[in-house]
Design a protein around this ligand. Structure first.
Ligand code: COA
Ligand code: MG
Length: 287
C-alpha cells in the first residue's frame, strides 16, 4: 500500500473523484476534516459510499472519530455493516486504545454475521504528547492492526506550538521524534509504517523530497490529502528497474558465494541485513 488518499467524508464530489485517483487506498474521513455539525451526514455518506464502491477499486479505510468523543461507537455501528477494509483510529494513546476498538469490532462483526477479523485496524499514533511515551505498546495489541501512521498537526496543537517546522521547512525536534517513534513502534508491532501527509499540496518538490526521505528510512507508504500527490507517492514507493537490478545482484552474489555471511559487490561490503533488504524489495515487486 503505497499511497493512501484522505477524502473528507461529507464531500460527494471528492468521494467520486477519489475512485480514479490511482491511490492504493482511500481514507474516508469522518474525523478532523468534517465539521461538528456534519458528523451525522458524513457517517451516513461514508457508509453508503463503502457499500457501493466497486471491489476492484482502492482499498477503503474509514477514519472514525476519537475514543474521547461522543461519536466513535455510532461511527463503528454504521460502518462495520458496510465492510470497509479497515478502520483508522485517530489520537490513540497506547495499544489499549486499539484493543478497545478491536473489542467493539468483535461484537459488531458477530452482530452483522461477518467473520471475526474482517475489518482491520490502523491508527494515528502520535497526536498527543502522552502517546509518544507508549509507542512500544502496540505490539500484540490486536491481530487486526496492519498499519500505523503519525501526524504533526494535532501534536503541535497539543504542545501549544506556534509551528511544527523551522524556517527551512524541516520538521523540528518534537515532530521528528514522533515520526521516528511511529516508525519503530510500527515495525515492532509488525505493522506497516505509513508516513504522514505533506500539507503543502501545491509543492511537488517538497512532497517528492519528503516521500523519498520516508522510503529511505523504512516507511512503506505515505498518506496524501490531494489527488495530485498520489502519482508522486506511487512513483517513489514503486521500486525502479535500477533498484530491482541491484537487489537481484545482491541475491545472486550471496547464491554464488555459497554458505557465507558476507560478500562484496562493487567495492561494498554486504552481509545478512543487506540480503534481507534485497529479498524484501524483490518480494514486494512480485506482489
Ligand atoms: N480527494 C478527492 N478529490 C479531491 C481531494 C481529495 N482529497 N482534494 C481535492 N479534490 C478534488 C477537488 O474537489 C477538485 O475537483 P474538481 O476538479 O472536480 O473541481 C480537484 O480535486 C482539484 O482540487 P483543488 O481545487 O486543487 O483543491 P481544493 O481547493 O478543492 O481542495 C483541500 C484543497 C486541501 C481542501 C482538499 O484537497 C481536501 O479536502 N483534502 C483532504 C483534507 C483532509 O481530508 N484532511 C484530513 C486529513 S489531514
Ligand atoms: Mg487530526
Amino acid at each position: 500500500m503505497r499511497s493512501l488518499l484522505f477524502v473528507p467524508g461529507d464531500s460527494e464530489k471528492k468521494q467520486a473523484k477519489a475512485q480514479d485517483s490511482g491511490a492504493d487506498a482511500l481514507i474516508l474521513d469522518m474525523e478532523d476534516s468534517v465539521a461538528l455539525s456534519a458528523k451525522e451526514t458524513a457517517r451516513a455518506m461514508t457508509a453508503e459510499y463503502v457499500k457501493g464502491a466497486p471491489a476492484t477499486g482502492p482499498k477503503l479505510i474509514v477514519r472514525m472519530n476519537a475514543l474521547d468523543t461522543p461519536f466513535w461507537e455510532e461511527d463503528l455501528k454504521a460502518i462495520v455493516p458496510a465492510r470497509p477494509f479497515a478502520v483508522m483510529v485517530p489520537k490513540t494513546i497506547s495499544g489499549a486504545c486499539i484493543a478497545k476498538v478491536a473489542g467493539a469490532l468483535d461484537r459488531l462483526e458477530q452482530e452483522n454475521g461477518l467473520p471475526e477479523g474482517t475489518v482491520k485496524l490502523c491508527n494515528v499514533a502520535t497526536e498527543t504528547a502522552a502517546s509518544l511515551f507508549n509507542m512500544g505498546s502496540y505490539a500484540g495489541a490486536s491481530p487486526r492492526l496492519f498499519a500505523m501512521t503519525w501526524g504533526a498537526e494535532d501534536l503541535a496543537a497539543d504542545l501549544g506550538a506556534r509551528s511544527n517546522k523551522d524556517e527551512s521547512g524541516a520538521y523540528t525536534g518534537p515532530y521528528q521524534l514522533a515520526r521516528t517513534l511511529c516508525l519503530l513502534g510500527a515495525v515492532a508491532a509488525e505493522a506497516m509504517p505509513i508516513d504522514s501527509i505533506c500539507k503543502e499540496f501545491r509543492d511537488e518538490a517538497a512532497l517528492r523530497a519528503e516521500t523519498r526521505a520516508g522510503l529511505r528510512d523504512g516507511f512503506t507508504g505515505k498518506m496524501a490529502i490531494h489527488p495530485a500527490q498520489v502519482p508522486v507517492i506511487n512513483e517513489v514507493y514503486t521500486p525502479s528497474d535500477d533498484d530491482l537490478a541491484h537487489a537481484r545482484a545482491i541475491v545472486k552474489a550471496f547464491e554464488e558465494a555459497g554458505d557465507v555471511g558476507v560478500v562484496s559487490l562493487d567495492g561494498v561490503m554486504l552481509d545478512r541485513p543487506h540480503l534481507k533488504q534485497a529479498e524484501r524489495i524483490l518480494a514486494k515487486a512480485a506482489g
